[in-house]
Write a protein that binds this ligand. Structure first.
Ligand SMILES: Nc1nc2c(ncn2[C@@H]2O[C@H](COP(=O)(O)OP(=O)(O)OP(=O)(O)O)[C@@H](O)[C@H]2O)c(=O)[nH]1
Ligand SMILES: [Mg+2]
Length: 456
């Protein structure tokens, strides 16, 4: 199949009126997949083409179910789908030419307003498929980015997603610049006759990306002091595949009221809450979930959010035990922990949604996938079991703590501060000139209290 390089496509409706207006172009590309405003309709009707060879890792049905879930999470509706078994991508359209044409025809027949191809598409492949189908085409990364864009609520998450999204759009937008170069020969705001539209757009996009990265750094510096304050505490981190039940568990364990929904990537930010009373020495965190083939751009943008996992005392991989693909989910989680340098941290596995299970996996299977770490099955509806799990997790997090009695005179203010800041106070007895604490802390903290206590 031969594709001619056409000028701007008819269906594209590119905002050329103010050529060179980066904002307009970026917005245009963002809204392309969600041209709801333009059509006065609330949703795109998507035709999904799921591509894979399904030789290992993930089954055909699971991949299709996952992309259907992601399309729903980006706010669109599925009008039809097909799966295409294919090992090597076609250079022009990813799909082999006959299949691509048939898929485009089917999408049109079903009244789709958008084609979603569950594969990684190069900008040229995307453009060719758009020419063929006459409708916007979105690949897997585009869909995941749309979901993230929809769910990003806080400033940090918004900037992180914006950086990933802009880097994703860059080749598409610059490709458009190449077409503009061919048509018009120059656009407003260029540095001079030597600068082409594509160069100008690339320059402006790079500038915008640099600004966003600076903003992210600023936001992160602001959060740094909060992180430092948590430094002395034990940290338990809930991690796992998206939709595994992490936030529901967090809500149950730490009495939070975070949004938990049957939808991928509802959580994008890290929330940290105290799991204990008595000076709050054990913290629990919930963070963004993982997915198979998580786009590298998103991983890079969320690197700082995820980097906190390295500081955890205990990692709790949460696994949706009722999902037929739970082993693949766990494998993805393990790979992410390795990528994040958190594979050496002690783990305690929680298999959630046990209420949906007719039978448990075999002990051998479980021992293999958890590499001998302890695990527990749980239903988030079972409050007794949640209470027990909480005690277990707190106990594990404090496993390297020493319990001791220390008398601290009132005048030893440094020692007093260390006790209140870094120790778990089990009991306090008032003495004539000070306090006798029964406390739990790491050995070096207890040593510090004793040193400070002796100081004049
Ligand atoms: N039946 C049942 N449903 C559960 C259980 N735990 C969580 N769920 C449901 O699973 C869905 C996903 O739960 P979340 O807690 O949002 O999952 P998550 O891992 O935080 O997902 P993301 O933040 O989107 O990555 C929600 O509809 C929950 O109500 C459970 O033990 N049993
Ligand atoms: Mg969540």
């Amino acid at each position: 199949m031969k594709f001619e390089s056409k000028p701007i496509k008819e269906h594209e409706e590119v905002p050329l009126a103010d050529d060179g207006d980066l904002e307009t172009l970026v917005e245009h590309f963002k809204n392309r997949s969600a041209r709801r405003e333009a059509r006065q309709s609330s949703q795109n009707g998507c035709y999904i083409v799921c591509v894979g060879d399904w030789s290992e890792g993930c089954s055909r049905d699971a991949q299709l179910a996952e992309i259907v879930g992601l399309v729903g999470a980006q706010g669109d509706r599925v009008v039809g789908s097909e799966t295409i078994k294919q090992r090597h991508p076609d250079p022009a359209t990813v799909l082999r030419s006959g299949k691509a044409k048939a898929a485009a025809e089917m999408a049109t027949r079903l009244g789709a307003t958008m084609m979603v191809v569950d594969a990684e598409l190069k900008p040229s492949q995307m453009r060719n498929l758009e020419d063929l189908s006459g409708m916007p085409v979105c690949d897997r990364e585009g869909v995941i980015l749309n979901v993230f864009l929809r769910h990003a609520k806080t400033q940090t998450a918004r900037i992180q997603v914006e950086i990933a999204h802009l880097s994703y759009l860059k080749p598409l937008i610059c490709g458009l610049g190449v077409q503009m170069d061919q048509q018009a020969g120059g656009i407003m705001g260029s540095r001079g006759p030597g600068e082409t539209a594509s160069e100008l757009l690339a320059r402006r996009l790079d500038k915008r990306l640099a600004e966003l990265k600076q903003s992210l750094e600023r936001v992160q510096v602001a959060g740094e002091s909060q992180r430092k304050r948590r430094g002395q505490c034990k940290r338990i981190a809930l991690v796992g595949y998206t939709n595994a039940g992490k936030t529901t568990l967090m809500n149950n364990l730490a009495s939070t009221e975070l949004v938990a929904q049957d939808m991928p990537f509802v959580t994008l930010d890290t929330t940290v809450r105290c799991l204990t009373r008595y000076g709050g020495d054990v913290l629990l965190s919930d963070t963004v979930g993982f997915i198979r083939r998580l786009p590298n751009r998103l991983l890079a943008s969320f690197a700082s959010t995820l980097a906190e996992l390295k500081e955890a005392t205990l990692i709790v991989p949460v696994v949706d035990a009722s999902d037929p693909e739970w082993k693949m989910h766990l494998e993805t989680t393990h790979k992410m922990l390795v990528t994040l340098g958190a594979e050496e941290i002690p783990r305690y596995y929680v298999f959630s949604k046990a209420d949906r299970l007719a039978s448990l996996p075999s002990k051998e299977d479980l021992e293999m996938v958890t590499s001998g770490h302890d695990y527990q099955f749980i239903s988030n509806q079972d409050q007794d079991a949640i209470g027990e799990l909480k005690e277990t997790l707190i106990g594990r997090a404090r496993a390297d703590l020493r319990r001791t009695k220390v008398y601290v005179p009132y005048h030893a203010s440094n020692a007093m501060e260390t006790v209140y800041r870094s120790c778990r106070i089990v009991e306090t007895e008032t003495k004539p000139n000070g306090l006798l604490f029964s406390l739990e802390a790491e050995s070096h903290v207890i040593d510090q209290v004793q040193r400070q206590r002796a100081q004049p």
